[in-house]
Write a protein that binds this ligand. Structure first.
Ligand code: FE2
Length: 391
């Protein structure tokens, strides 16, 4: 039997740097129907539906599915009754991301250090354990409805074991044989890493959250970003990028800016219960052509890019290793900075509300975010906003 218990704050030895992140432990979605969402993300994006925790494994409050691909772990959770936080949040926000969780050496020490640095608690340390090991987690509040959990693992539940098909924690079990998993193994989509995760906050709040990440989690303002290019008449947003260090994850923060038409960030907030949240996850591939061909074949709905974009893009970007005809055919966007180039593409919203979407990104040296594509991209986004009656 597994058990959950609060953890006394002084029970754990503190390591030297408690906020040293080992990895992104998982990205936790709250969704209306986790069983169905698991198939959507598996079929459209190639994730393996690897494990489940539900009534059959003794989870009486919620059902969760662990989806994996490369080093990406998505946890999809639905409440099993109206009072469960996942049910309540879905009622307010629709499906979306609740938690970007980091693996640390000691979740209690990380949590206490973050509180000492000025964070507010989202939930106190709690330990779930059984005869195979323990998963210890504690959470702090970041912008809007979003939480960062710190997770430390022992026994059979260490992240290394999880990465090699070990169980995610107590009350999880492996899925049985599934056709969609067999199909994905034979037809991989090639996504392997969470490159960045973007937050949308209210107008005037971006710098507060930039300071928060710097003070609380010791993130650094990313040097390669050029402030001068972030607000155009098309973009109507401001953005600053925070870097966790150790090449782990970057977190850009957007805020709406005044423009001729309604900011895409304001549209997000309007449909997200006027609450900040995560706008997109960027998933890394090492072969954009193969990945995006696979995703298109599976019916993923991407933002459309006009033909005229390809008239001039190669003057700006120069030579690339990929076949430019294929780049055009797949409607990939390209950009270059002083370190190299990147290819990227953006899905339309992943649910009915114009909130969360995915970006697929392939980096060939470039460490930036495709600012050369802002104009083309925002023109395309405005067409979508107009279709939704939100301009
Ligand atoms: Fe992005």
């Amino acid at each position: 039997m597994s058990q959950t218990s609060p953890v006394p704050a002084n029970s754990i030895q503190h390591s030297k740097d408690p906020l040293r992140f080992i990895d992104v432990d998982h990205v936790h979605f709250y969704v209306g129907n986790a069983k169905q969402a698991a198939f959507f993300y598996a079929f459209c994006f190639g994730f393996e539906i690897e494990q489940v925790s539900d009534l059959t494994t003794g989870s009486r409050e919620s059902a969760s599915y662990l989806l994996t691909q490369g080093n990406i772990r998505l946890l999809l959770t639905s409440g099993l009754h109206a009072e469960h936080p996942a049910s309540q949040e879905v009622a307010h926000f629709g499906d979306g991301i609740k938690d970007v969780a980091f693996t640390v050496d000691d979740a209690v020490a990380a949590y206490e250090q973050a509180l000492a640095n000025g964070a507010q608690s989202a939930y106190e340390p709690r330990e779930v354990s059984d005869e195979h090991g323990t998963v210890l987690s504690a959470g702090i509040k970041t912008f809007g409805r979003v939480v960062h959990s710190f997770v430390s693992r022992t026994g059979d539940y260490t992240l290394d074991r999880v990465k090699h098909f070990g169980l995610f924690g107590p009350r999880f079990k492996k899925m049985g044989q599934l056709g969609v998993n067999d199909y994905n193994r034979a037809n991989p989509c090639g996504l392997f890493y969470v490159d960045h995760c973007v937050g949308n906050v209210e107008m005037g709040q971006m710098d507060n959250w930039v300071n928060w990440y710097s003070d609380v989690l010791q993130f650094k303002l990313f040097k390669h970003f050029d402030d001068q290019d972030i607000s155009t008449e098309y973009s109507a947003l401001m953005s600053k990028v925070l870097d966790s260090g150790r090449e782990l994850i970057k977190i850009p923060i957007n805020e709406p800016a005044e423009g001729l038409r309604k900011s895409q960030i304001q549209e997000y907030l309007d449909w997200h219960d006027h609450t900040p949240g995560i706008q997109h996850l960027a998933l890394l591939t090492s072969d954009a052509i193969d990945s995006v061909a696979q995703l298109r074949h599976r019916g993923v709905d991407f933002l459309s890019i006009p033909d005229t974009y390809y008239d001039r893009v190669w003057d700006r970007v120069g030579e690339i290793r990929e076949d430019t005809d294929k780049v055009r055919e797949l409607r990939l966007l390209a950009d270059r900075d002083d370190q190299g180039y990147l290819l990227q593409i953006f899905t339309k919203p992943l649910q009915d509300r114009p909130t969360l979407f995915f970006e697929i990104i392939c980096r060939r040296g470039s460490q930036s975010f495709g600012k050369g594509n802002f104009k083309a991209l925002f023109e395309s986004l405005e067409i979508e906003q107009e279709r939704r009656g939100n301009l």
